[in-house]
Ligand binder design. Structure first.
Ligand code: FAD
Length: 403
């Protein structure tokens, strides 16, 4: 029986949409019949609406991929707040202290280190691009199950509505709880944290100075990310109890909690935005690929938000996967061939693992109450600060500058 599609992308989050857009404008497009399916409704962005709760720090590496797919101008013309500086410090010290990590765009000869952008705006711009590229998309179409390894070069995707579709390659971009991954029997290594991320927007008394601020407290880091309208997006990784308290606090009490946690680095705060709380864990899939299947984004790896890397790693996965698939198709191979997909896995899994372990170690280092560990992290920050080329390289990799 004839297959329905060459490639099916499961998931219209930022990563699935970038994957679809890259594939749809790749040189092999004419040879591929593509569809994208998502369980939810089509994401909507309206310029007149308040800035959405979920925003991401988008690195220069991701920015350049979003430029390649032709959506960055549209995102910029709507609203994206640049961050040109970062300040990272330990709660036992002052932000003015010598051990504070200071990164400035000027030191890297770039105009900004990255941008803070609403997730839904990135999705909206990509959806419009996919409309222009005439890509088939199906919303409110949850996948219920997948069957791999049946007929050669074929994967069957059963939809919850009862019908099924078949393809040479299924790309699982269906998030951290990926059904595609689970259905294929791919296990994950999981790191649980005694933390939730409390998220909101607040208006600071003093200007945020287009700077991303991060203060490491004993229960987890508190990040203030600069928004375009002068507010800051707060990402506070803390105990689930404190996150619950922040969720239900009055505006005045919430402002007081955040002023104390931030050591008033930006002065008094006014609680003015929506609120949300997300349990935190990291996880990494044992395999990214099987014959006819590849995982990208949170389906492959979920990381603690302290380094603002989750979406950025996923967007880099999308670019790597589309490159190897496109090259293979142009050589006349099937997009779901295992040797092709292994090339993608080799390009991304090690790099993602390094970032996962680094972020996990950083989180645990600061979570510790031990005096010895506290001394160690002070020394570590000082050494990192003085490490010159090592510090420079680490920041370049994390921010996708010149890499
Ligand atoms: C508090 C917080 C702050 C963060 N800050 C940053 C940051 O600053 N920078 C950064 O890079 N990252 C950040 N991240 C991480 C980032 O949000 C995620 O890595 C990113 O959103 C993952 O995108 P995705 O497309 O892989 O998955 P998702 O966004 O989870 O999308 C998955 C999609 O799959 C669909 N789906 C699920 N199941 C099915 C099914 N059975 N059938 C069909 N469709 C299905 C869903 O409807 C959804 O649309 C943060 C995360 C948190 C929690």
């Amino acid at each position: 029986m004839k297959k329905d599609f060459d490639v099916v992308i499961a998931g219209a989050g930022m990563v699935g949409l970038v994957t679809a857009a890259l594939l749809a404008q790749s040189p092999c497009r004419k040879q591929l019949k593509i569809t994208l399916v998502d369980a939810g409704k089509r994401p909507q962005f309206r310029a007149g609406n308040d800035i959405a709760l979920r925003v991401s720090a988008i690195s220069r590496g991701s920015l350049s991929i979003l430029q390649d797919v032709g959506v960055w101008q549209q995102i910029m013309s709507q609203r994206a707040g640049p961050y040109r500086r970062m300040r990272v410090w330990d709660s036992r010290e002052s932000v003015e202290g010598p051990d504070t990590l200071r990164f400035d765009a000027a030191d890297f000869a770039v105009p900004e280190l990255g941008f803070i952008v609403e997730n839904v705006l990135i999705q909206h711009a990509l959806l419009q691009r996919l409309d222009d590229l005439d890509v088939d998309m199906r919303f409110e179409t949850p996948i219920a199950h997948t069957s791999l390894g049946g007929e050669e070069h074929r994967i069957d995707i059963q939809l919850q509505a009862g019908s099924s579709i078949s393809a040479d390659l299924l790309i699982g971009a269906d998030g951290a709880a990926s059904l595609v991954r689970e259905s294929a029997g791919i296990s994950v290594r999981t790191w649980d944290y005694p933390q939730s991320a409390f998220v909101t927007h607040v208006m600071p008394e003093r200007s945020h100075q287009e700077t991303a601020w991060q203060r490491f407290l004993n229960e987890g880091p508190l990040a203030f990310l600069p928004l375009q309208d002068g507010r800051i997006s707060v990402v506070w990784s803390t105990t689930p109890e404190k996150a619950d308290r922040a969720m239900s606090a009055s505006d005045a009490d919430l402002a007081a909690m955040l002023e104390q946690a931030s050591d008033e680095v930006l002065g008094k705060l006014e609680a003015v935005g929506p609120r949300g709380s997300f349990p935190l864990r990291s996880q990494h899939a044992q395999d990214y690929v099987m014959p006819g299947l590849a995982l990208v984004g949170d389906a492959a790896h979920a990381v603690h938000p302290l380094a603002g890397q989750g979406a950025n790693l996923g967007i880099a996965d999308a670019a790597a996967l589309v490159t190897v698939v496109s090259e293979a198709v142009l050589r006349g191979e099937y997009p779901g061939d295992l040797p092709t997909l292994r090339r993608y896995e080799r390009r991304r899994k090690g790099a993602n693992q390094t970032m996962l372990l680094f972020i996990d170690a950083l989180n645990r280092l600061f979570l510790s109450n031990s005096a010895a560990i506290a001394g160690l992290r002070g020394t570590g920050m000082r050494l990192f600060n003085q490490s010159g080329p090592i510090q420079r390289r680490a920041v370049q990799v994390a921010l996708g500058i010149n890499v």
